[in-house]
Design a protein around this ligand. Structure first.
Ligand SMILES: *[C@@H]1O[C@H](CO)[C@@H](O)[C@H](O)[C@H]1NC(C)=O
Ligand SMILES: *[C@@H]1O[C@H](CO)[C@@H](O)[C@H](O)[C@H]1NC(C)=O
Ligand SMILES: *[C@@H]1O[C@H](CO)[C@@H](O)[C@H](O)[C@H]1NC(C)=O
Length: 277
């Protein structure tokens, strides 16, 4: 081929390729545009153009969460760690701190596992007697004192206090959870919060706690529907946003009544790392 012929051939080839590409490229675009415009139009105009209200409602998130407790939390499921399954009662502030560190170093925190939740056994077996010390003379009064007063962290295992632990956990960008019970005692026979909801919620809030798991032991036979709302109201009254996790083991069908009582509820007894349950 002569040079000019070569140039002509190359130009023809380019022209052919461009035309083909344009055709191939434009045909589907036109086809999509032809359908998409009325599709969008119909979506934007709602059911006037043939789509049912129910169909359009799929895209309407304005009422999301109206059946939930309105404390701004649990818009997505909470994720994190709880001390019970592995450590049971053998916990202390070191274990909690090390777990917070591990959530960071393993990368789990980055994936959303942000709650570090202390379960049963963090508190002293009796309430702080100071609140009742003025009436501390008779044996009756002494007994009463043990059942009144503030919940306090066990000085042997949480000597720095829960506030210091919350500060540590928060400094890592994580959240701290604590545990109590909608009964006279916790399952490990520490003070429970029934009839102490207000002062205990105040304690949790004053320690900057972010989450409360509220268990079901020693419940005096009072039905969950009656025992769980007072703590919801007490937490709310503190003004601090505290995730409220109802743990009545699913015994009274919480799915039927707990939506506006707690941020979450448990549906079974304890699970463990087997496939049995
Ligand atoms: C804290 O608890 C862990 C786990 O049970 C235990 O291994 C450790 O010895 C405890 N530390 C102290 C100081 O008690
Ligand atoms: C308390 O409850 C009200 C009413 O549901 C809600 O608007 C408010 O955000 C709650 N406050 C806290 C701290 O949970
Ligand atoms: C796990 O739970 C199942 C069902 O309750 C029980 O049979 C089993 O003993 C438990 N295993 C452990 C290791 O706790």
């Amino acid at each position: 081929m002569a040079t000019s012929e070569k140039k002509g051939f190359t130009a023809t080839l380019y022209f052919f390729l461009l035309t083909t590409m344009c055709l191939v490229g434009e045909f589907p675009l036109k086809a999509v545009a032809g359908n998409a415009a009325p599709l969008l139009q119909r979506y934007e105009d709602g059911n006037e153009h043939g789509y049912s209200r129910a169909f359009n409602a799929i895209y309407d998130t304005s009422k999301y969460g109206i059946l939930q407790l309105q404390n701004g939390l649990a818009r997505t499921p909470p994720m994190g760690w709880n001390s019970w399954n592995f450590f049971a009662c053998n916990i202390n502030e070191t274990v909690i701190k090390e777990t917070a560190d591990a959530l960071i170093s393993t990368g789990l925190a980055n994936l959303g596992y942000t709650y570090v939740n202390i379960d049963d056994c963090w508190s002293k077996v009796t309430r702080d007697a100071k609140a009742g010390s003025k009436i501390a003379n008779s044996l009756l009064c002494k007994t009463k004192m043990l059942l009144q007063g503030q919940m306090v962290p066990d000085p042997k295992t949480f000597n720095s206090g829960i506030k210091a632990l919350a500060d540590y956990v928060h400094s890592k960008g994580l959240k701290l959870g604590i545990y109590s019970d909608a009964g006279k005692f916790t399952c490990q026979v520490r003070p429970g919060s029934i009839f102490h909801e207000k002062e205990d919620a105040m304690s949790f809030a004053s320690w900057d706690v972010d989450y409360l798991k509220y268990d079901n032991c020693f419940n005096l036979g009072i039905e969950p529907k009656k025992r769980y709302p007072p703590m919801r109201d007490a937490l709310n009254a503190t003004g601090r946003s505290i995730f409220y996790s109802i743990c009545e083991w699913g015994v009274d069908d919480p799915a039927l009544w707990a939506g506006k009582v707690g941020n979450s509820w448990r549906t079974t007894e304890d699970i463990n790392d087997t496939w049995v349950r």
